[in-house]
Each structure stands twice: as structure tokens, then as C-alpha cells.
Design a protein around this ligand. Sequence first.
Ligand code: PGA
Length: 259
Amino acid sequence: MRNIVTGNWKSNKLWNDAEKLMDDVATGILESQHTDVFVAPPTPYLAALQAQSTDLIGLAGQQCSAHLEGAFTGEHTASMLKSVGVKAVLIGHSERRGGFGENDSVVEVKIHHALDAGLLAIVCCGENLEERDAGQHFEKVLTQLSHAFQNVDTSKMIHVVVAYEPIWAIGTGRTASAARAQEMHAAIRKHLVELFDAPTAESTRILYGGSCKPSNALEIFMQPDVNGGLIGGASLNALDFLAIVAASNEAASKEQQGG
Ligand code: PGA
């Protein structure tokens, strides 16, 4: 299966720098045989950056509204994203869950809006440090996913990607070890078998996020249940992001050769 690498720029970069970063990334990706690449810039830039997106690099939204349309000042909907050429959207990022009331019910609604709009839904999950230290990390993550997917039809899962992002690793420089990432990714895949079925679990891409950088990307992506990454800080530097995309291509190509 093809990996996915998505750069999440969060609330960084003013327009001139954003345009240059997109240009540097788009011109730097000459081919990406085994990886679908997306960048998620700040929302005001999406329509304009569409001109620089190519078959090799698509745009993603950092979130979408839980509403469909109407009197919701400041919100942008999944279909609005779709209408300006966006292909994917992040849902349930821990910074949205923690700071903007995006709880499990809201996440569930947003997934349906994204799928109905024809977007790839990149659904984020992850435990905080307290939960990890208390040994509750599996329960936390699997419960988040049970909620998120409780009403998603199996046939729609082809348009869903899971991103496991331990909160204690986001922006901290503290990465989950490859073994820890693999352990959680395997548990997520097993859970998807229970929620859906084995073929669906096998074909769902599960990304790792949290201080992923050129120096650790290959080792993480080589894990059997890791199918790419959601990249924050390192996606703000074109060379670092391109190196991570290259690591993903290398890992996926080795995996194909191996099996
Ligand atoms: P980070 O962020 O790579 O800066 O840790 C990842 C994310 O929040 O998606």
C-alpha cells in the first residue's frame, strides 16, 4: 500500500513565506512512487496555494466545521475545502481536542462531513503523558477510535486514515521509540479488525506523528504497521520535509520488496 506523509503547518508562516515553502516543497518532489504527500497550510492560504499543488502534492485542511453551512461566523466547512481543491482534512488533532472543544462526538460528526464532501479524513488520536504513565494509553486511543468510527460504514474506510500522535511527543522533541510506535499501531490495526474487518484493517493507513524528523523518520516508517507520518515542526522546512518524504518512499519500497 502507498504511504502518506502530511505536513501540518499549524498557525505558522505569513503569506510570502508560506508561498515560498509550498513552492520549495512542490518543486523538490520530483517523484513519489510510494507515498501520497499532502501539506496542510493555514486556511486563508488554501485557495491560493492550489495553483502550486500538483499530482504529487495535494492540499489538506487543518480542520473543518462540525456544521454544514449557515450562520456560523468564522467556520469553514468540509465542502468549502473541497470546493477550492483541497483533498484531505485533519480531524481531531490533539491541539483542536485540547484547545477548541473538539471532543469525540464532534470528531465523529466532522468525519461524516469530510467523507460526505469527498475529502480524505485524517483522524488523529493519542494519549497524554499522564495517561501513558498510568498505562492507560491503549485504552485511551482505542476508545477515541471506537467513538470516531462507530457509525462509519466499512465501505467508507478507504477514505479514512488514522494518525497516532502521542501528545507528549508533539512539538517536544521527544519521539515515541519506533518500537513504541509499532506497538500502538499494531493495537490500532487489531482494533480496526474488531470495528470493521480484517481486509479493512489491513488496508487502512496508520500514520505516526510527534517530533518526526529526518533523523528518525526511516526507522519509524520501517515498522510494519506504520504507513507514513503527520509532520508538524519539520514540515516548516522544505529540505527536512522532503527528506521525510524520501524516507517514507524508501521504507514503503523496502516493504514491497520484502513482501
Ligand atoms: P510535531 O507535530 O511534528 O511538531 O511534533 C506533529 C503534529 O502535531 O501533527
